[in-house]
Ligand binder design. Structure first.
Ligand SMILES: [Ca+2]
Ligand SMILES: [Ca+2]
Length: 234
């Protein structure tokens, strides 16, 4: 009786051992068969082939790709744009989200605002930083004159954009500030706010009382406390 129990235990131990060995074999096979071919989940996608006149270098990628941009999405961007100065020796900044003190919002499929920039941001991920060079006289260098938030670079020399994706949104962001700032100078005047409300009223004065912190008679982007999609101060 005692002997039989020991033998049963041994059988059980052998079954356990075989079981463990075979499951380990399965795992090894899995790794061997597809480990190299299948990229880990959420890794960064390969850069696509970009149109002529646009050169892209990835400057920074933090961790994995949590979210890639798709047509229909909107990008919230920080950027600095530079061009070689007339003396041909130094790069000069001609546009940036920091000088404007607000992020740039760009629709992924927007080929009007600055086509070269839209092109250079294809398949970009949240947190990614890219350098996008648009070659001189490329048709992709033309900024739509009606578009807010971007200055036209000189077209006789390459334009270098360093862009960081702060967030990717699945719809157009509600940005009341941009809607109210009719002349795109990053300051809300009394006239602009009155035009938005439709008429002059006491609320306009209240708004200035509370939000025009430095009392210069304009409400800047940072002072503005309405919806503007800004996670951090610029
Ligand atoms: Ca304004
Ligand atoms: Ca102010």
């Amino acid at each position: 009786m005692m002997k039989k129990s020991v033998s049963l235990l041994l059988d059980f131990a052998i079954i356990l051992l075989i079981g463990l060995t075979s499951s380990a074999d399965v795992m090894d096979e899995g790794e061997g068969a597809g480990g190299d071919a299948v990229p880990p989940k959420n890794s960064f996608p390969d850069l696509p082939e970009f149109k002529e006149g646009v050169t892209v270098t990835v400057l920074d990628r933090v961790g994995e790709c949590p979210r890639m941009a798709f047509p229909g999405d909107w990008l919230e961007l920080e950027f600095v744009a530079k061009q070689m100065s007339d003396d041909g020796e130094t790069y000069e900044e001609f546009d940036s989200s920091y000088s404007k003190e607000r992020p740039l919002f760009l629709a992924v499929s927007d080929n009007e605002k600055l086509p070269g920039l839209t092109e250079g941001l294809r398949n970009v991920c949240v947190g990614e930083k890219r350098q996008i060079i648009i070659q001189a006289e490329s048709p992709l260098m033309q900024v739509d004159p009606k578009s807010a938030g971007l200055e036209q670079p000189k077209t006789d020399r390459p334009a270098v954009y360093e862009v960081k994706v702060r967030s990717i949104l699945d719809q157009e962001p509600v940005n009341l500030f941009t809607k109210m700032d009719l002349d795109n100078n990053n300051q809300l005047s009394r006239e602009e706010i009155e035009q938005f409300f439709g008429e002059a009223n006491d609320d306009v004065e209240k708004l200035f009382e509370y939000q025009d912190k430095d009392k210069d008679n304009f409400i800047s982007y940072n002072e503005f406390q309405g919806p503007k999609f800004n996670h951090d101060e610029f």
